[in-house]
Design a protein around this ligand. Structure first.
Ligand SMILES: Nc1nc2c(ncn2[C@@H]2O[C@H](COP(=O)(O)OP(=O)(O)O)[C@@H](O)[C@H]2O)c(=O)[nH]1
Ligand SMILES: [Mg+2]
Length: 446
């Protein structure tokens, strides 16, 4: 029997939020609540009802609250759960928590409510991880992916793969144990089944990078010669006067960053010092930083100006770029873009604010690599990616073992390894340390 845990489930920010919640989960939840809660009339406890009353400590009123009672197993943790919804603020809610702890609850570890939901079979591990992802989502796209995971869109294909592998394993094991009583192995069927498994694994693996980008966002560096309008582009795109714009070349000395949303994806845009030969020290340091930003970016926007042809300087900067690159031809209010540019390009005018939809479309295209927003249904995280790579490797070894004509026992070792990697993703038979690692990244109260 597990103990009863308690935590503040809402953020603790002074003067923010008009409701604060303490959550209790475990066998003693109701007993602890009864000791603290004073309703105006005697309460007949009914699950999933809200009760009005006060929290009292030895006759002293601590807060006026609403109490939500959810009886096991119809709760997030599948345990008895009580939530006290108090008036917000930092002090009072902490006092309610303290009273719960005094009456025998234990302060929950980060992620422990979700861990219990997992241990009690309400969620599998992919869903539990999606809870953390949903909470930390910084964009609608990322939240969309997390919700897909939470509703089991990732768990289902993984379970299907596992069932398919188990089917093949059963065939093998049966032959190992009772070879003489059974028809020979259907090698063709095994091959097609495992080929299907590999295709799905491959497809899932392809979602990892997209998922990562949608969750954490991408970095875009704006680079180019001095005075082509890099800072103007940043200001125009972010609709803020973030970077200093001037007619003097060499104005921007340091990297300036702004966070934007492009089609629901978080994007950090870095404006950099114009790259040129200089003997001026501070400008030189700035240019060094431009180069660093350029090397670390997921996408580089090389800005040139329409009033000049593609110059030797543009070419020199272009050759330094080792990341995916788009050329932005700025100042098209003054002249038409020069012909024959060496990379995908688009027309822009920071002065007129023209070209932003095209720029965002091009950025999205570069990043999503053909996947359109709503088509990204699920995305695996790094842990799931590592496990799927193990599945891939095991199946590869399976083939080699089979080709080498080794006995069936050896085939089954490889297959078992694939099954165990799949089980690790959903949490069927995971180790304590994997769980610790996953749930320690949650916040307390989740
Ligand atoms: N006509 C025109 N001038 C621009 C445009 N964008 C920037 N400028 C001007 O070009 C000069 C340099 O701009 P700035 O953004 O500081 O360039 P940076 O050195 O590349 O950051 C400033 O005088 C801007 O007003 C544009 O789209 N059209
Ligand atoms: Mg500038």
């Amino acid at each position: 029997m597990r103990d009863t845990i308690a935590a503040i489930a809402t953020p603790l920010v002074p003067e923010q939020g008009s409701v604060a919640i303490v959550r209790l989960s475990g066998p003693e939840a109701q007993a602890i609540a009864t000791q603290l809660f004073c309703p105006p009339r005697p309460v007949i406890w009914e699950s999933h009802r809200i009760y009005y009353g006060h929290i009292q400590d030895r006759g002293r009123v601590v807060d006026e609250i609403l109490l939500l009672w959810m009886q096991a197993p119809r709760s997030f943790t599948r345990e008895d759960v009580v939530e006290f919804h108090g008036h917000g603020g930092v002090v009072v809610i902490q006092e309610i928590l303290r009273l719960c702890l005094e009456r025998g609850a234990r302060l929950a570890q980060p992620g422990e409510f979700t861990l219990r939901a997992f241990l009690n079979g309400r969620l599998d591990l992919t869903q539990a991880e999606s809870v953390a992802q949903l909470v930390s989502s910084r964009s609608p796209q990322a939240a969309h992916l997390a919700l897909a995971g939470l509703t089991g869109k990732l768990a289902k294909p993984i379970q299907r793969l596992r069932t398919q592998c188990l089917g093949v394993l059963a065939e093998l094991e049966a032959r190992i144990d009772f070879e003489e009583d059974l028809p020979p192995l259907d090698l063709l069927l095994i091959e097609t089944t495992l080929a299907q498994v590999e295709t799905t694994v491959h497809q899932l693996l392809a979602t990892a990078d997209q998922g990562e980008l949608l969750r954490t966002g991408i970095k875009i560096a704006i680079v180019g010669r001095p005075n082509v309008g890099k800072s103007s582009l940043l200001n125009c795109w972010s609709q803020r006067e973030r970077a200093i714009v001037s007619a003097f070349p060499g104005t921007t000395r340091d990297v300036v960053d702004v966070e934007l949303m492009v089609r629901g994806m978080p994007v950090i845009v870095l404006d950099t010092a114009g790259i040129r030969e200089t003997s001026e020290m501070v400008e030189g340091i700035g240019i060094e930083r431009s180069r660093q930003a350029m090397a670390q970016a997921d996408l580089v926007l090389l800005v040139i100006e329409a009033t000049q042809p593609w110059t030797a300087q543009d070419q020199a900067i272009y050759q330094e770029i080792e990341r995916p690159c788009l050329i932005v031809v700025n100042k098209t209010d003054l002249a038409a873009p020069p012909p024959d540019l060496p990379a995908p390009n688009l027309s822009f005018s920071a002065l007129k604010g023209a070209g932003i939809p095209d720029l965002e479309a091009a950025v999205w295209q570069q990043v999503s690599g053909g996947l359109t927003g709503s088509n990204v249904n699920v995305a695996i995280n790094q842990r799931q990616k590592q496990a799927l790579i193990r599945v891939q490797q095991s199946l590869q070894r399976f083939r080699e073992t089979q080709r080498a004509g080794l006995p069936l026992d050896f085939w089954s070792i490889d297959l078992r390894e694939a099954i165990s990697a799949l089980s690790e993703i959903t949490g069927d038979g995971v180790t304590e340390s994997i769980l610790d690692n996953i749930f320690s990244r949650f916040c307390i109260g989740k």
